[in-house]
Design a protein around this ligand. Structure first.
Ligand code: PMV
Length: 311
């Protein structure tokens, strides 16, 4: 049996500041305990098998090929490998599964070839695939999937780790609406082109929200964090990232006792993130499920990407 390397990367939620982070604002993100697993083995050709989806072909191979190509150029690793992908992320959840996949791929290749790459190098390699998928991503997703934990992120400054004492509990509710991050990022950016001063004010508000949210999160003031998240949802709505389904999920979660809720990630579908009501985490999730809504509890912090060899 030939040698294989396996890597697992967690998915992520953006707690505050998405979209405006593309325009220089500060965002806060956390890794969550839903994972993508990638295995790689030597092979004469590039093959990507996705669990349940069979072999990938055509354009969906491109991000994989791009990560292998940049690693081959920088580190001399093989540009053709046999790749397997599996995950426990609900589909259409918008929880950064593409970033988690690219991070796990870079980590698995590093493991197979004995490179011992650190988090910044893995992120740099994963970004080649993220650019294929999303155009000009801010890089927040691969950074938090690789490092794990909670990060504060600003373009040009890169990530800084937010240390927590103990755990914090959130609820993720999945809208099951698929959407394109690229299309939503350009929709929100267009609003910036049309109303530059209004957009600048919203971007500044999002940065303020992220700083305040970080402080509340660190001190365990989850009521305060929730209020800021609901406010951030309104700002994202004003910028065109929400829709009726997400707005009603936010309202429902708040009416069920969550201290606050907002869309998370690009919006237009994907998921809503809420602060879990203390002591009512399980019953709230059961209530959501009875209403036909897929939801799970996300406890943070969780570890970042891990890799190992296997025969
Ligand atoms: O791909 P998503 O849904 O996780 O969104 C990424 C967050 C954005 O701020 C909307 C885009 C970016 O590149 O930061």
């Amino acid at each position: 049996v030939s040698l294989k390397a396996i890597a697992e990367a967690p998915c992520k939620v953006i707690i505050t500041g998405e979209h405006f982070v593309v325009h220089g604002g500060v965002a806060l993100a956390a890794a969550v305990d839903r994972k993508v697993r990638v295995d790689v083995g030597e092979s004469g050709s590039l093959r990507v098998r996705s669990e349940g989806l069979g072999n990938r072909s055509g354009p969906s191979l491109r991000p994989f090929a791009s990560v292998l190509a940049v690693m081959s150029r920088v580190y001399g690793t093989p540009s053709r490998l046999d790749i397997g992908v599996s995950s426990d992320i609900p589909s259409g959840a918008g929880l950064g599964s593409s970033a988690a996949t690219m991070v796990a791929l870079a980590a698995a290749v590093s493991e197979l070839e004995g490179l011992s790459l650190g988090v910044p190098q893995i992120v740099e390699m994963a970004m080649a695939g993220e650019r294929d998928l999303h155009g000009r991503p801010s890089g927040i997703d691969p950074n938090v999937c690789a490092s794990g934990g909670v990060i504060r992120y600003r373009l040009g400054e890169g990530p800084s780790k937010v240390e927590l004492q103990g755990t914090r509990s959130f609820i993720v509710a999945v809208s099951k609406q698929r959407r394109s991050t690229r299309r939503l990022v350009s929709k929100v950016s267009e609003m910036g082109g049309r109303y530059p001063s209004l957009f600048a004010a919203l971007a500044e508000a999002a940065t303020d929200v992220s700083s305040l949210a970080e402080e509340r999160l660190v001190h365990g003031d989850m009521e305060g964090l929730g209020r800021l998240m609901t406010y951030n949802h309104a700002v994202l709505s004003a910028a065109g990232a929400s829709n009726q389904v997400l707005d009603s999920l936010v309202n429902l979660l708040v009416s069920l006792g969550c201290p606050g809720a907002k869309l998370t990630g690009a919006g237009g579908g994907g998921s809503v993130l809420a602060v879990a009501p203390r002591g009512k985490e399980k019953s709230t999730i059961a209530d959501l499920k009875r209403r036909g809504i897929e939801a799970f509890e996300a406890k943070i912090p969780v570890a970042g990407v891990k890799s190992w060899l296997s025969r």
